[in-house]
Ligand binder design. Sequence first.
Ligand SMILES: Nc1ncnc2c1ncn2[C@@H]1O[C@H](COP(=O)(O)OP(=O)(O)OP(=O)(O)O)[C@@H](O)[C@H]1O
Length: 250
Amino acid sequence: MPIHFSACSFGYHRRKPVISGFDGELPPGRTVFLGPNGAGKSTLLGLAASALLPRTGTVTYRGMNTTDRRTLAAYRRRIAWMPQQLAAVPGLTARDQVAYVGWLKGMSRREAWEQSLRALQRVELGDRADDKISRLSGGQQRRVGVAQSLVHGAEVLLLDEPTAGMDPRRRSVFHQTLGNLPPTVHVILSTHDTADLETVYDNVLVLVDGRIRFQGPVGEFLAHAEPGTVPGRRADSAYHVLTERDRAWA
Ligand SMILES: Nc1ncnc2c1ncn2[C@@H]1O[C@H](COP(=O)(O)OP(=O)(O)OP(=O)(O)O)[C@@H](O)[C@H]1O
């Protein structure tokens, strides 16, 4: 896949880079993206979404480059990004909001309107499509955000903590929804929750201090768990082993 980072550097303040000389790629398939608070996950997703542009280096997808004006629009049509905060337009219904994003991504008004309902149904919000977003709960608003990323049929979905605020049943249904997307759709989902990692995901990516600490198949990730860990706790244990390593030596 898909999204390649080459010698990328970025920081919100000039003297404080979040990533520096970063080389790597977001793997194909369905990937869970883990890392401690402040590791740089949202920043990396923002760069992959072209919402942020690298200060140096390049971010590319199938030959399109986020810093090349000639390819940026085509890049954005293929990549969907759900940031942590939903930027809702005041007064819009859930369906208006999702259709609006589809239109921004280049769909006709009619197509965007039709597909918006389908996208909301996929996240189990079809019955709330005509409700104002301000009347939806925090977890429901996250699902509107996910519907926005599904509406225009993107090839890569970058989802920044989409399951935050969802109850366990919704979370599980949500992961299954992603699992049912065609295999041609790649998903990178950042989360602090390792509970559902084994259900539909192929890969795990762990970022610590702006560097990739682990990248590989779920089975390889789980092999880092402390010996003797019970099956339901292996993902949690593997995560702690991988991220606490430096601290233990410090
Ligand atoms: N808009 C911003 N302005 C200034 N600094 C920022 C901004 N957004 C993030 N940062 C800083 O960049 C670093 C990386 O933050 P980022 O949000 O990418 O991490 P994260 O891994 O997504 O964290 P979390 O798991 O808490 O969401 C942190 O030190 C953070 O304080």
